[in-house]
Design a protein. Structure first.
Length: 297
């Protein structure tokens, strides 16, 4: 009896999660040439949206766990300069000098925190988290037209999410504490970005993608909400009066967000639902504080 024919090997593309982009990129810092790692379409299965506007993904049998955020940043595999796609090649000579001077320090800092990472091979969760940590350091040297404070805030919250996942994959390696540190950094940076927007020093009106995740941009309203959510969850608690004052500011901003939502059907519904929940949580904590009931609704 003849043996059944063996099933042919799956097409290589069908087994891969990512591919090398066609365009060759030249790093403006070290002049190395490389190709961006891009995510194939159809490799993710969207799950729930968290109260931090983070989209979770359900592992698929064929590809396992895929986190789109891992591939968002362009990272030079030689000097570890990291930036968002539209910014990577747009920097000027002054930025190039500052970022060139910081090569050794940023590589050392990322390796110290994430141990063995490699940007010349397909990325995993550690490389994804490291890419955002590197971006926080790199945007420190970019000028206002790049919205550096906001880009740092966005990178910090995404880094916190990926490090949180890394903590689940590597229990006992203290990544829970690292994730908490990035959440607190994100909380500070989101507040700072809103202050700089209000003062006109870094106006966010021309930001093209507010995120915070890669699947949907919730606009500046999302920034207001997330700033409040981070303040509530990760803000300092050692001074109850100062905490209450910070939360009241967040509550009033959320109240204004409600007003926008009532008057416009274009505002995303899920964001307003989460904003209302956050508003109620803050109100419950601050209702005994003088002045906390001003401008509630």
């Amino acid at each position: 009896m003849a043996k059944p024919l063996a099933k042919p090997e799956k097409d290589e593309k069908e087994r891969k999660i990512t591919y090398a982009g066609k365009e060759e990129i030249k790093c403006p810092i070290c002049e190395s040439a490389f190709h961006r790692e891009e995510l194939f379409s159809g490799r993710v299965n969207a799950g729930n949206l968290t109260d931090e506007l983070h989209r979770t993904y359900i592992p698929m049998n064929q590809w396992g766990e895929v986190q789109p955020l891992v591939y968002e940043l362009t990272v030079c595999p030689s000097c570890w300069y990291s930036a968002y796609k539209g910014d990577f090649s747009a920097i000027g000579p002054r930025h190039q000098q500052l970022l060139g001077e910081g090569i050794a320090s940023r590589i050392e800092a990322a390796e110290r925190l994430f141990q063995k990472v490699d940007f010349s091979s397909p990325r995993g969760i550690p490389e994804g988290a490291a890419s955002y940590y590197l971006a926080i350091m790199c945007y420190e040297h970019l000028s206002a037209e790049f919205f550096p404070t906001f880009k740092q805030a966005l990178s910090a919250i995404r880094c916190a999410w990926l490090v949180g996942r890394l903590a689940e994959l590597r229990p006992g390696e203290l990544y829970e504490d690292v994730a908490l540190g990035f959440y607190r950094k994100a909380r500070f940076l989101y507040r700072r970005a809103m202050e700089l927007d209000s003062s006109g020093k870094e106006p966010l009106v021309e930001v093209k993608w507010f995120g915070p995740d890669s699947d949907k941009s919730y606009g500046f309203e999302g920034v207001i909400y997330l700033s409040g959510a981070l303040e509530f969850k990760y803000g300092p608690r050692n001074d109850p009066e100062k905490r209450a004052a910070n939360l009241i500011v967040s509550k009033r901003s959320i109240a204004k967000l409600f007003g926008l939502g009532k008057n416009s059907k274009s505002k995303p519904g899920p964001l307003l639902e989460k904003a209302r929940d956050l508003f109620d949580l803050i109100k419950a904590e601050t209702e005994s504080v003088p002045g906390a009931d001003d401008e509630e609704d």
